[in-house]
Design a protein around this ligand. Structure first.
Ligand code: SME
Length: 169
């Protein structure tokens, strides 16, 4: 069953249990990040794209994702993703066409939510969600998804991935 709009407490608990079942026995960060993107894409309603970008040399480079082929590299000075890295805060965009510097990687998107990905207190990337609906994302989504994202980081062996891809915060 798809979970519509903002997650209720029961839906959040259900999602969290499903996620922990999948990631709690696996330490590989790419595998866990990929499964997180898939769970979000397939279980939340009206999501057209969900995935990671990681910080490297003043750019964001595409990581595991679900959805159509997007931009591979984004300058840290640009887009909603860049703004989230610079401010270290989630950014909810009700109408992407009104966001200055918005990068239309997913041409069907009308609203967007970008969450910073923290590792040991530093922003190492973002998790980006797009929707064809306007005004799809709420503060509750940002809060819930950020806490779920933390499980992915905490259960995974993140350091080798960051070193291999020269990911800098
Ligand atoms: N729209 C984003 C770019 C990434 S895609 O939406 C997948 C931005 O403005 O940063």
């Amino acid at each position: 069953m798809k979970m519509s709009g903002s997650l209720s407490f029961d839906q959040f608990t259900q999602f969290k249990e499903k996620l922990l079942q999948i990631i709690s026995n696996e330490r590989n960060f790419v595998a866990n990040a990929g499964n997180f993107a898939s769970l979000v894409y397939h279980n939340l309603s009206s999501i057209s794209w969900a995935g990671f970008y990681f910080v490297s040399n003043q750019h964001l480079i595409l990581g595991p994702f679900m959805g159509k082929v997007p931009c591979v590299r984004i300058k840290i000075t640009e887009g909603v993703c860049g703004a989230s890295v610079r401010t270290k805060k989630p950014i909810i965009v009700p109408d992407v066409h009104k966001f200055p510097g918005y990068i239309p990687c997913d041409p069907t998107a009308n609203s967007e939510l970008v969450l910073p990905v923290f590792y040991q207190g530093n922003v190492v990337g973002v998790f980006d969600l797009d929707s064809q609906l306007y005004n799809r994302f709420t503060e509750n989504d940002a809060k819930n998804l950020s806490s779920l994202l933390k499980y992915v980081i905490d259960y995974s062996n993140v350091r080798p991935f960051l070193d291999y891809y020269e990911i800098t915060s």
